[in-house]
Each structure stands twice: as structure tokens, then as C-alpha cells.
Design a protein around this ligand. Structure first.
Ligand code: ZN
Length: 137
């Protein structure tokens, strides 16, 4: 069945992020002046105002910052998956990003739960990033 869900509206600003996701890498912007990492992509550093930044790989390790359980999906494309968890996750490196959690029962999700990034090759044009619980080493 063809994918009918969300497709990012990719702009020149965030294209490097989605290109990296296609390669199964997670990257965020690092300010060239003060070194602060940031996500979502922005034209200027929120810390020092510098317009100069470099896309920098991050580990993909994160924890649940906050989450919500979706019982009624926003579009029919997602209804078969409900209930499922959406979350803001905090990367080990600091920035937070919105995502969907996978491989976890919604009632097992907890704030602070360790996560790792996974990549979902939806079709020839789209790869999405997700997070799933990280097994303890
Ligand atoms: Zn800065």
C-alpha cells in the first residue's frame, strides 16, 4: 500500500537535515561562532545571533522529554496505527526534536526513557526518523 502519511515540506534551510536522514544519519546545526547545537533548523543562532552554522552529526541517543498518546489519528493514513506515542525527545547532545516513538507500547512510554534513532525508508523519495527504546548495554 502506498504511503499516505506526512511528508515534510522541505526547504533550502532544512534540506541538509532530510538529506542526512536519507543516508540514515541524524544531524543538527552547530553555530560556527559559539558552538551551540540547534534544532529545528534556523537561519541564525538563538544564543549569539550568528548566521554561520555547520551541519554536525549527533549520536541518535536521546531520552523522552515529553510525550502524548494519539488515540484518534489526524488523518486516516495513521488510524490503523493508533494508539501510538508522539514525543519531544532530548538528544544526548542537547537539542530537542519532535518524533514518533516506535517499538514500544504506548502505556510503557515514560519521561526520561532512553531512546535511539531508527530510520524508516518509506519509499524512493522519503525516509523518516523515529525513536525507539534503547536497550541497556
Ligand atoms: Zn551562536
Amino acid at each position: 500500500m502506498p504511503y499516505e502519511g506526512f511528508r515534510p515540506d522541505i526547504t533550502p534551510l532544512d534540506a541538509p537535515f532530510w538529506d542526512a536522514v536519507r543516508r540514515h544519519e541524524l544531524v543538527v546545526q552547530r553555530c560556527d561562532r559559539c558552538g551551540q547545537l540547534r534544532f529545528v533548523p534556523s537561519e541564525r543562532c538563538r544564543n549569539c545571533g550568528s548566521p554561520s552554522a555547520t551541519w554536525t552529526p549527533v549520536s541518535g541517543d536521546a531520552t523522552v522529554y515529553t510525550f502524548s498518546i494519539v488515540h484518534r489519528a489526524p488523518t486516516p493514513a495513521y488510524q490503523a496505527d493508533a494508539p501510538y506515542a508522539i514525543a519531544y525527545v532530548q538528544l544526548t547532545e542537547g537539542p530537542r526534536m519532535p518524533t514518533r516513538l516506535v517499538d514500544v507500547a504506548p502505556d510503557a512510554v515514560a519521561i526520561g526513557m532512553p531512546l535511539e534513532v531508527v530510520f524508516d525508508d518509506v519509499d524512493d523519495d522519503l525516509t523518516l526518523y523515529r525513536f525507539r527504546p534503547k536497550e541497556s548495554p
